[in-house]
Write a protein that binds this ligand. Structure first.
Ligand code: GSH
Length: 219
């Protein structure tokens, strides 16, 4: 049976799993689930009543349904390179720190922007300011290093890059003000599997464009 990933190409969380999957050279059957239209397949509801993507189902029927948990599982189970999720407790703690930052700070804020599209409201100034704070924090994290926790790319970057580049579509990053973020994104663009994110961003930009035409007050 192998690895099955219930996914949605419009989801930045899913892109982070694509990155890990590609970096580890794993093949994985992708089943697209349009969660925006609530087109949950019966198989997804059966294995994950929360019907959230990404959801990974491994051949032994293990089900994992959070991108950060999936990425750690893939590295620990199939990881040939320890640099993506270091074994050393101190280094691993730094990666975990930024994974939780992504899950508890960046993603919930990004979700608010996405909900605006659904509810067709204008962006709140408060949330725009919060996102600018996130950019500032990232710029500080990246001051002394090439990647988010050190000088080699790891799961923290895989989680943050899709979310931050998507946030950039809602709240454009001032790259003059945050040069370390600009450098980090440029480095990410060189990753051999970055096309997964380009595909995601292109789809999202198109969607935003359509919405802008329909609702002038949004963005
Ligand atoms: N923290 C989760 C977020 C996953 C998430 O919110 N997924 C959204 C799409 S981006 C979803 O499946 N929503 C469907 C629903 O809530 O029913 C992760 O990183 O995997």
């Amino acid at each position: 049976m192998g690895l099955i990933l219930y996914t949605f190409d419009m989801s930045s969380s899913c892109v982070s799993v694509y990155f890990t999957q590609a970096a580890l050279g794993l093949s994985c059957k992708r089943i697209q689930v349009n969660v925006w239209n609530k087109e949950f397949s019966p198989e997804l509801i059966k294995i994950n009543p929360q019907h959230i993507v990404p959801t990974l189902n491994d051949s032994d029927c293990r089900t994992i349904s959070d991108s950060h948990a999936i990425n750690i599982y893939l590295c620990e189970t199939y990881g040939k390179t320890q640099t993506l999720y270091p074994e050393n407790p101190e280094e691993q703690a730094l990666v975990n720190d930024k994974l939780f930052f992504n899950a508890s700070v960046v993603y919930p804020l990004l979700q608010k922007f996405q909900m605006i599209l659904v509810r067709r409201e204008a962006l709140s100034e408060k949330n725009v300011a919060k996102m600018c704070e996130v950019y500032k924090m990232l710029d500080n994290f990246l001051k002394a290093r090439q990647w988010i926790t050190g000088d080699s790319v790891n799961l923290a970057d895989f989680g943050l890059i899709p979310n931050v580049t998507l946030a950039n579509l809602f709240v454009p990053i001032n790259f003059q003000k945050y040069p370390n973020v600009a450098r980090w994104i440029k480095n990410a663009e060189q990753l051999p599997f970055y096309h997964e994110n380009i595909n995601h961003l292109n789809m999202f930009s198109k969607f935003l464009e359509e919405r802008r035409r329909v609702v002038k007050s949004v963005l």
